[in-house]
Design a protein around this ligand. Structure first.
Ligand code: BJ8
Length: 432
């Protein structure tokens, strides 16, 4: 790896703390990802991206900034990348998947705040995230109460924070709120970049993001094969990298993985034997390097075949209609696509329940593990309805609540193993 220390210092990172973070990240990656058997060769690209996630990619961002482009960081899949790309700006997800400087974060936030929120405060306070330090604008949103209220104090740490208001229901008036907020966001991006977003630019942005989503849909569909052609850890990793990488390069790399997976499916080759219990994960997003629950599941004899999550299908489902010819028609099409996102912050939220059921069927899952971060009210509360719905359809389900610490791994593993054993027995009794 090249020496990026001067660049990190220039970004104001705490080099010592950052070294420690990279060390943990590298070791975790090595033991969880590189030790997997029969990985698709095309995953080599994603290994490279991860090895350079704070290096080469940040250098690319700095070079783009030097050439006059802007970087927009965001925390939620409601922030439309299409509008950002239309202004020739770069969209990056701000990861919040590790326990870092939580003691500092807890000086500003109650202890019983979800780990995802504490994590982005910790990364900022600990000065270890080159993405946030590269961002010319950071976009927050009024989704859950935790995020909505914590942005009030985050603004003091991150003065270029922009907060987008999001509706909480799916009535026609809520669509209007989303529409006016996307218009306001477009104006803010135009002001920041000095670029006027016309129909041609918007269409190009939409086409780029649609291509990325099509590649991810292709990947998701291939995971319905038994034996599974790719592990859940690698499937999740690809969905995580979607938030950082250059979109065109990412799309090409996902399609290469898919070409290889198609050949595997034709040959009946997989990462685990045919008949291995298949799990669908549903719930809170898992940002890099939050690989805890997937690694527990896959080291307990099951394979994950899909993620009903914002880092997964909820975040990437549906395309924007590209056919409009006016700026207004294209903006309406963007609103139409994003308004369908069924995050648990919406009430009521029947679409999500249906979506989980549909995914379990489409990916031939034997069971669903609902994953919620502790203190995340939207997803923990909604997990009851998810359980009821799935049980009524005969789909086994287990609800987990956890955080980013390592302390409960033993306990979680015992529960997951018991669940998987139950799925295995169900499978064999179906056969018999
Ligand atoms: S669209 S899921 S990315 S809001 S885990 S911070 S909900 S208390 S992340 Fe999300 Fe957008 Fe919804 Fe998706 Fe709050 Fe829960 Fe924490 Fe969460």
């Amino acid at each position: 790896m090249a020496d990026y220390r001067a660049m990190w210092a220039q970004l104001g990172l705490d080099l010592e703390a950052h070294d420690a973070l990279l060390k943990v990240l590298g070791e975790g990656y090595q033991s969880l990802f590189l030790s997997q058997k029969n990985r698709p060769q095309a995953m080599g690209y994603f290994d490279f991206v991860m090895s350079e996630v704070h290096g080469l990619r940040i250098k690319e961002l700095q070079d783009a900034k030097a050439a006059g482009r802007k970087v927009i960081g965001s925390f939620c899949v409601f922030v439309p990348e299409e509008i950002i790309l239309a202004a020739d700006a770069i969209s990056v997800g701000l990861c919040a998947g590790a326990e870092f400087a939580f003691a500092e974060a807890e000086k500003l936030l109650p202890r019983n705040t979800c780990a995802l929120i504490k994590s982005f405060f910790g990364f900022k306070l600990g000065r270890v995230c080159p993405y946030i330090e590269s961002s010319d604008m950071v976009v927050g949103e009024t989704t859950c109460d935790g995020k909505k209220k914590s942005y009030e104090s985050f603004q003091e740490l991150q003065p270029n924070l922009y907060v987008m208001e999001l509706p909480q229901m799916k009535e026609p008036r809520d669509r209007e709120i989303l529409k006016s907020e996307y218009e306001r966001f477009k104006r803010a991006i135009e002001k920041l970049t000095g670029v006027k977003i016309d129909a041609a630019r918007l269409k190009k942005g939409i086409q780029t993001v649609n291509a990325k989503r099509r590649a991810l849909h292709r990947l998701a569909a291939l995971r319905s094969a038994d034996p599974a052609p790719i592990s859940g850890l690698d499937g999740l990793l690809i969905n995580q990298v979607a938030f950082y990488d250059d979109p065109a390069r990412f799309t090409e790399s996902v399609n290469k993985v898919c070409d290889e997976l198609e050949a595997r499916v034709r040959k009946g080759d997989g990462v685990a034997p045919k008949g291995t219990p298949r799990i669908l994960i549903s719930g809170c997003p898992m940002a890099v390097p939050n690989w805890k629950v997937p690694s527990i599941i896959e080291s307990s004899g099951a394979v994950i075949v899909g993620e009903e999550s914002c880092v997964g299908e909820r975040g990437q489902r549906n395309l924007v209609d590209e056919s409009g010819t006016t700026q207004k028609a294209l903006m309406d099409a963007i609103v139409e696509r994003y308004f369908q996102i069924d995050c648990a912050i919406f009430t009521p939220n029947p679409d999500r329940l249906q979506h989980i059921e549909d995914m379990a069927k489409a990916y031939r899952a034997d069971g669903v593990i609902h994953y919620a971060l502790q203190f995340c009210q939207p997803y923990t509360i909604e997990s009851y309805a998810v359980e009821q719905k799935l049980k009524s359809k005969g789909v086994p389900v287990m609800r987990l609540e956890t955080d980013y610490s390592q302390e409960d791994i033993g306990q979680l593993k015992v529960r997951v193993e018991t669940f998987i054993e139950m799925l295995r027995q169900q499978r064999s009794s179906r056969k018999g």
